[in-house]
Design a protein around this ligand. Structure first.
Ligand code: GTP
Ligand code: MG
Length: 425
C-alpha cells in the first residue's frame, strides 16, 4: 500500500478516495420527457441531490434535448422540450428521442429509464403522447409520472390510465414539492420514495449504486445500503484470521477505517467538504494523523466497551476491532443521514452539533451487542436510529439557539391570562 503510516493525511485520503469512487461509478442515465410546465424540473430537483435541474450543467444535445450533469453526482439527465408545440415539432422531438435511445444503446450512455411526466390535474392524455410513450416503452422501461398530483382527481386519473393497459413499466403519482392550499394548510410532498423504489426495480444491477447515490428522496435506503456493505466489510476484515494486534499499533486499523468512511460516503452520495469530515473524524479520533487517529479511536472506544480490558499493553482482538469499526461505521452513517436530511431541506448544518452527535452515536453504538448489530442491518422502512439521530440534532439545536420568536411566547401567555380573567368574572 502506498501510504506511510505516520505521514498520511487521513482527511484528504477520505476525500480523494470518495471522489475517485464516485467518478468510477457508471452513471445512471434518465430521460425526463413531458410537455412544458408539467413539473419536470421540479421533479428532478427533488428526486436528485443538489437541485440538479437548477445547479447542474445543461448542455444541448439536439434542438429539443438537453443533457444535465454535475460533477460528483453519478447521473445524466436528458430533459425534453417542445412536446406541446405544433405537430411538425412534436414529430421532430420524437425523432430526436428515438435517435438518442438508439445511438446510445449498449454503450455506457444507454438510457436506463424514462420518466414520462403528465400533469395529474390535466386529466387527459393526447394521442400523440400515447404514441410516444408506447414507442419509447418498446425500447426502454418507461415510468409514467403523474405530477402535481392533488387529491381525488389525480387518483382517478391514475386509475383511468391504469385501465388503459399501456405498455409501460409503472405509474407513479407524485407531488414533488409541498403544495400550499391555504395559509394554514399545505399538502405535503409524496410519491418520490415510491418513484425511487420503482426506478431501482427497473434499472440494471450495476447502475443501482449510482442511482442510490444520486437520489435524495429516500435517505433510509442510502443508510441501509451503506450498513449492509459496512457489516460485510467489518466481518471480512476482522473475522477468522484476524491476528490480534497490540494497542500500540492501533494505527494499522486506520487504512481500513479510511476505506470504510470513503466507501460509505460514496455509497451514500453526499458532498462533504473538508471541514465536515475533519469535524466528524475529530469527534472520535482527535486529529487527522494516522498514528494518532488509530490510537485515539481505540482508546476512546475502550472506555465504553464492557469487558474489553485495559488499553495499556492490551491486545486488540478481532472482536474488539470489529465492535469499534462497526460503531464507527454506524455512527458515521447516522450522522450522514442527518446531514443529508438537512441538505434536502435546504438548511445549513452546525458543525459543533455534528461533532456532538458523532460522539454520542459512537458511544451508543459501541454498546450494541452483535445480535443488535445484525438486526440493525435488516431494518429498512421505519428507521428509528436515523430518526433518533435527527431528533437528537434538532433538540441540541433548539437548546443552543432557542429561536422561538418573542411574540410566540408572549401571545399564548396573554391569551391564557385573558381567559382566566374572563372565567373568573
Ligand atoms: N407545489 C408544487 N408545484 C409544482 C410541482 N411541480 C411543478 N410545480 C410548479 O409548476 C410550475 C412548472 O414546473 P417546472 O418544474 O418548471 O415544469 P417543467 O416541466 O420543467 O417546465 P419546462 O421546463 O418549461 O418544460 C412551477 O411553477 C412549479 O413550481 C409540485 O410538485 N408541487
Ligand atoms: Mg424545466
Amino acid at each position: 500500500m502506498k501510504y506511510s503510516k505516520n505521514k498520511i493525511n487521513v482527511i484528504q485520503e477520505i476525500l480523494d478516495k470518495t471522489e475517485q469512487e464516485v467518478e468510477n461509478m457508471e452513471p445512471v442515465n434518465v430521460l425526463v420527457a413531458g410537455k412544458t410546465g408539467v413539473g419536470k424540473s421540479t421533479l428532478i430537483n427533488h428526486i436528485f441531490r443538489e437541485k440538479l435541474a437548477d445547479t447542474g450543467i445543461g448542455k444541448p444535445v439536439t434542438k429539443h434535448l438537453r443533457k444535465i450533469t454535475k460533477p460528483g453526482i453519478p447521473v445524466s439527465l436528458y430533459d425534453t422540450r417542445g412536446l406541446e408545440l405544433e405537430q411538425s415539432i412534436q414529430k421532430q422531438v420524437k425523432k430526436e428521442i428515438f435517435e438518442l435511445i438508439d445511438q446510445n444503446e449498449n454503450t455506457s450512455e444507454a438510457i436506463h429509464v424514462a420518466y414520462y411526466c403528465i400533469q395529474a390535474s390535466s386529466s387527459r392524455i393526447e394521442d400523440i403522447e400515447l404514441d410516444l410513450i408506447s414507442d419509447v416503452a418498446n425500447k426502454i422501461p418507461v415510468i409514467l409520472v403523474l405530477t402535481q398530483a392533488i387529491g381525488k382527481p389525480a387518483e382517478e386519473f391514475r386509475q383511468y390510465l391504469d385501465n388503459m393497459n399501456l405498455p409501460i413499466a409503472a405509474i407513479q403519482t407524485v407531488l414533488a414539492e409541498p403544495y400550499e392550499i391555504s395559509e394554514d394548510f399545505t399538502l405535503p410532498a409524496f410519491g418520490l420514495k415510491e418513484l425511487v423504489g420503482k426506478t431501482l426495480d427497473l434499472i440494471p444491477k450495476d447502475i443501482k449504486r449510482a442511482f442510490t447515490n444520486a437520489q435524495q428522496a429516500d435517505i433510509e435506503r442510502k443508510a441501509k445500503e451503506a450498513r449492509r456493505w459496512a457489516t460485510r466489510y467489518v466481518a471480512s476484515s476482522f473475522g477468522v484470521g484476524f491476528i490480534p494486534i497490540p494497542f500500540s499499533d492501533a494505527s494499522v486499523l486506520v487504512p481500513m477505517q479510511i476505506t470504510l468512511l470513503a466507501h460509505i460516503t460514496a455509497i451514500f452520495g453526499i458532498s462533504l467538504d473538508k471541514s465536515t469530515i475533519v469535524t466528524i473524524v475529530a469527534a472520535v479520533g482527535g486529529t487527522g494523523s494516522a498514528t494518532y487517529l488509530g490510537k485515539t479511536i481505540v482508546a476512546n472506544a475502550f472506555k465504553f466497551i464492557p469487558g474489553a480490558g485495559t488499553v495499556v499493553g492490551g491486545l486488540i482482538s478481532g472482536t474488539t476491532a470489529s465492535i469499534i469499526t462497526s460503531a464507527l461505521a454506524l455512527s458515521y452513517i447516522e450522522v450522514l443521514s442527518v446531514i443529508s436530511a438537512k441538505d434536502k431541506a435546504g438548511e445549513s448544518i452546525d458543525l459543533s452539533l455534528i461533532e456532538n452527535l458523532m460522539k454520542k452515536q459512537f458511544k451508543k453504538n459501541l454498546k450494541l451487542n452483535r445480535k443488535e448489530l445484525k438486526e440493525k442491518d435488516l431494518e429498512f422502512e421505519e428507521d428509528s436510529d436515523l430518526n433518533e439521530a435527527l431528533t437528537e440534532y434538532n433538540q441540541d439545536k433548539q437548546q443552543k439557539e432557542p429561536n422561538i420568536p418573542f411574540y410566540k411566547k408572549v401571545v399564548p401567555l396573554l391569551k391564557k391570562t385573558v381567559r382566566i380573567y374572563k372565567e373568573k368574572k
